[in-house]
Design a binder for this molecule. Structure first.
Ligand SMILES: NC(=O)c1ccc[n+]([C@@H]2O[C@H](COP(=O)([O-])OP(=O)(O)OC[C@H]3O[C@@H](n4cnc5c(N)ncnc54)[C@H](O)[C@@H]3O)[C@@H](O)[C@H]2O)c1
Length: 383
């Protein structure tokens, strides 16, 4: 089987991710069955796709005739799971992040879909290997991890479970290219895959800065605004929701190391339901819109290179585990976040001894073992 055999797609779940994943495949010309548990949710997803496509047509990014073809021919709304997958060559699951629900859904799809059908999960945190164990076709199960909003963000991580074959991975990779996205292969389903894992330690360090009252959120964000970034890290956390940061920290604390656990400040915000933009208050006040950051307040108590160093150090851990190639780290980060550089490019000019010393210093100062330099860093294997 190869990419030319993939003609019909099923997207399971029409929520934030599912509707975007379906839209991208429709733009690429695939026939897409879009399934949710009831008509209301399906209609909502279709409404979001149509609204987005209308904008893309008005900007000249999607031809008007193609939009008509999508509406009349390519897009097939449905509520029946078996009907959704019975003609599909590739199924992409984007339902809530609950292992039992995912396994149950994969089991039903396994029984209903043709033998050749490949199944992908858009999970952010779950093991592809475990999801695959609910089916009789683990060799045909992979992760296709899109980023939010799927229509805009370029990266898709293509994740191998223990039993996924190279053929399945290659089809997933080629499918992402056909969708005009940037694929990066992840050879093992390590926690957080590449992007979320590599960025997790800087979140821990930022939490320490707040807990130890080293600097206020505004003073930290001002550094990044002065460097030309449209949004600093704390405003970004508020924007995406502090509940996401909090749950992500708990997940990494359980899957990797207790050091990832949310600190006092984040925990207090979470418990007070001050989650950022969506509740009107988080680390900043959002009641009158985006917080105004006074760039003259930039602190000199945080060196932004410390954030880069801890992330690059974490990247070397998954490289050493064989989850990805060194050069893929920056490709993944840049295409998932839109930043012009990744951490590996940014540490290239630093001498190994200096980088190791910086990391040792951070580990000691904040009592975080996860910041300690890896052997790859000490040996300068990032140069
Ligand atoms: N939101 C993000 O930023 C993001 C990014 C990457 C990956 N993910 C992952 O994508 C998946 C979906 O997340 P989301 O943010 O789109 O969630 P969401 O809550 O917006 O959407 C999930 C949809 O799935 C539907 N659903 C529930 N059970 C179903 C079933 N059995 N069959 C079909 N549909 C069903 C729900 O009704 C809902 O419409 C999760 O695994 C999540 O971890 C989310």
């Amino acid at each position: 089987m190869n990419i030319d055999d993939i003609k019909t797609i099923a997207v399971i779940g029409a929520g934030d991710m599912g509707h975007g994943i379906a839209e991208v495949a429709l733009i690429a010309g695939y026939k897409v069955f879009l399934r949710d548990i009831n008509q209301e949710f399906v209609d909502k997803g279709i409404g979001r796709i149509n609204a987005s496509l209308e904008k893309l047509v008005s900007k000249g990014k999607v031809p008007a005739e193609h939009f008509e073809k999508i509406k009349s021919e390519l897009m097939v709304p449905c509520t029946d799971l078996e009907e959704a997958v019975k003609e599909a060559d590739l199924v992409i699951e984007a339902i809530p992040e609950l292992m039992d629900l995912k396994k149950e859904t994969f089991k039903i799809m396994d029984a209903a879909a043709p033998a050749h059908t490949i199944f992908a999960s858009n999970t952010s945190t779950m093991k592809i290997t475990e999801i695959a164990s609910a089916t009789n076709r683990p060799e045909k199960i992979l992760g296709l991890h899109y980023f939010n909003p799927a229509v805009i963000m370029k990266l898709v991580e293509v994740i191998k479970g223990e039993k996924t074959t190279e053929e399945t991975i290659q089809i997933g990779y080629d499918f992402v290219v056909k969708n005009s996205k940037v694929p990066v292969k992840v050879h093992k389903d390590v926690p957080g895959f590449i992007v979320n894992r590599v960025q997790a330690p800087s979140g821990v360090l930022l939490g320490c800065i707040l807990d130890k009252k080293i600097a206020e959120p505004e003073a930290v964000d001002a550094i990044f605004r002065n460097m030309g970034s449209p949004m600093g890290p704390f405003e970004t956390m508020d924007y995406t929701g502090l509940d996401i940061s909090y749950h992500g920290s708990a997940y990494f604390a359980e899957a990797i190391h207790e050091d990832f656990r949310a600190g006092e400040t984040l925990t207090a915000k979470f418990e007070a339901n001050e989650l950022g933009k969506k509740t009107g208050k988080g680390l900043f006040d959002w009641s009158a819109g985006r917080p105004a950051i006074d760039v003259s307040k930039a602190t000199d108590k945080l060196d932004p290179m410390d954030l880069v160093a801890v992330n690059a150090n974490e990247a070397t851990k998954i490289i050493a585990e064989g989850a990805c190639a060194l050069e893929d780290v920056d490709t993944a980060i840049m295409n998932a976040t839109g930043t012009p550089f990744g951490p590996m490019a940014l540490i290239k000019g630093i001498e190994p001894a200096d980088l190791a010393q910086r990391l040792e210093g951070l580990a000691e100062k904040f009592g975080k073992e996860i910041f300690k330099p890896t052997q790859m860093i000490k040996d300068g294997e990032y140069k």
